[in-house]
Design a protein around this ligand. Structure first.
Ligand code: SF4
Ligand code: SF4
Length: 445
């Protein structure tokens, strides 16, 4: 029997053209509803050998039956399969390092696809995924580079599958172009970036030098991602799980921004009460009939269409800013001196606050958990009450810049003096010097 071609289901891969022994297949002149150039059959040349049907990866493209339904109507019916929360039995806490905790958080969030290129100090996260994923029906793929990694994620996320990578600062820089493409195509995915010392190749010590990139520099164009900043291994797990939830909720990449110390340090981690069985979003390009009309692309050749898309994207950013700000406040109820710190420096700062309080100095900590959006709503009420702010960070003011921008966009006309304790190059601020900074200021008065 000679096959019919159903152009709407052909993705134009050309396998059948190569396979046909009679030269009966060639490419058509027009694109189909899915945006591909399909093939066409010359039935006069065809001898009905069936080789083309066997070589075709699409179930409905080459068929002995002609599909006559209204393809447009049928293709619009893709249904969302919602993710399901599955209860977990209560277990004793585990003693694990931050990278392992993030990897376990990803697995519990339903991630079964990992792409990555190893880079210290994030590699152990990838190693755990390599050990576990093949045993639970997942895929671990070591890509040839970070550029390949992010583009594998583009493909996998475009198919609606939860996927992730572990990387560190130089690797993160290499991913920026692909990140912009993913944002431009509204493709979900999670990047765990365990930041290390820079610039350049730098070293493998802890730094926070990628805050600027993650919050303001995600490749070209109008790009933002949700940026979560854990401060201990428990949060490496919890925030990685949250990152998967948010990336699908908003169809926007999520970034978990840890630091080199946090990636390596071990502490008790309690497993969550549930794990996620992922669903299939209606927009996914799974390759089946129902999702055939879907198209994942960041190309918008018409200026008007691209402006419209950017306006929609801004709407998503606004929603995230309104709904997803998160911060941890520590001893801020009565504080005169407000520290602002994230990641490991926040832990050092808590130590300093305890010592300062024992000396009668009322200090408190504002710890942004979301670096983008910056949690300005909960900072606003504090700035008018304190004598001054001290930003503690392992970078040359990148967290401070985010805070100052947020203060200024919030139209807060007056804020107290802002000082800082900073280290870079793999050196972390220590509790003693944070305490001393405040003691020196107080004594100088
Ligand atoms: S059935 Fe055989 S001859 Fe006909 S188009 Fe397919 S491969 Fe070519
Ligand atoms: S008919 Fe099948 S094998 Fe041929 S180009 Fe289309 S999708 Fe590829």
């Amino acid at each position: 029997m000679k096959p019919f071609l159903n152009p709407a289901y052909c993705k134009g891969c050309g396998r059948c053209v190569v396979a046909c022994p009679k030269g009966a297949l060639g490419f058509a002149q027009e694109v189909n509803v899915a945006g591909y150039i399909p093939v066409s059959i010359d039935h006069d040349k065809c001898v009905g050998c069936g080789v083309c049907s066997m070589s075709c990866p699409e179930p409905y493209a080459l068929s002995v039956l002609e599909i006559e339904e209204d393809v447009e109507d049928e293709l619009s019916e893709a249904q969302e399969i919602a993710p399901v929360k599955l209860s977990m039995p209560e277990t004793e806490p585990l003693m694990i390092k931050g990278t392992y905790a993030a990897a376990m958080g990803a697995l519990l969030a339903g991630c079964r696809h990992f792409f990555g290129y190893p880079i210290t100090p994030s590699t152990e996260g990838a190693e755990l995924m390599a050990k576990v994923l093949p045993h639970i029906g997942g895929v671990f793929h070591q890509a040839v580079s970070e550029v390949a990694t992010i583009n594998h994620m583009y493909g996998c996320g475009g198919a609606g599958q939860p996927c992730m990578t572990f990387t560190s600062s130089p690797g993160f820089s290499l991913m920026l172009e692909g990140i912009s493409y993913m944002i431009g195509a509204r493709v979900p995915g999670v990047i765990v970036n365990v930041m290390r010392g820079g610039p350049g190749l730098g070293n493998i010590g802890p730094e926070q030098g990628d805050i600027k990139l993650a919050c303001r520099g995600l490749g070209h164009g109008n790009t933002h991602s949700i940026v979560l900043a854990p401060a201990d291994p428990q949060e490496m797990m919890d925030l990685t799980m949250l990152a998967f939830e948010l990336t699908f909720k908003y169809r926007l990449l999520s970034i978990v921004l840890g630091d080199g110390y946090l990636g390596q340090v071990s502490s008790q981690v309690k497993l969550p009460e549930y794990m996620i069985q992922p669903g299939v979003p209606s927009w996914a390009t799974t390759g089946d009939r129902e999702h055939r009309k879907n198209l994942i692309t960041s190309i918008q050749l018409s200026e008007a269409d691209l402006e419209k898309f950017n306006i929609e994207l801004n709407g998503v950013y606004t929603q995230i800013n309104e709904r997803e700000q998160r911060a941890d406040l520590y001893q801020t109820e009565d504080c005169d001196i407000l520290f602002v710190a994230a990641n490991t420096p926040a832990r050092m700062t808590k130590g300093a606050i305890k010592k300062l309080r024992s000396k009668g100095i009322k200090a408190g900590l504002f710890r942004p958990i979301t670096l983008w959006p910056f949690p300005i709503d909960s900072l606003k009420s504090l700035v008018s009450k304190v004598k001054y702010i001290v930003v503690v960070e392992a970078s040359a003011g990148q967290l401070e810049d985010e805070m100052r921008l947020a203060l200024s966009y919030a139209n807060i006309e007056k804020w107290p003096p802002i000082y800082h304790v900073q280290h870079f190059g793999g050196v972390l601020p220590q509790s003693e010097e944070i305490e001393k900074f405040v003691l020196d200021r107080e004594q100088a008065k």
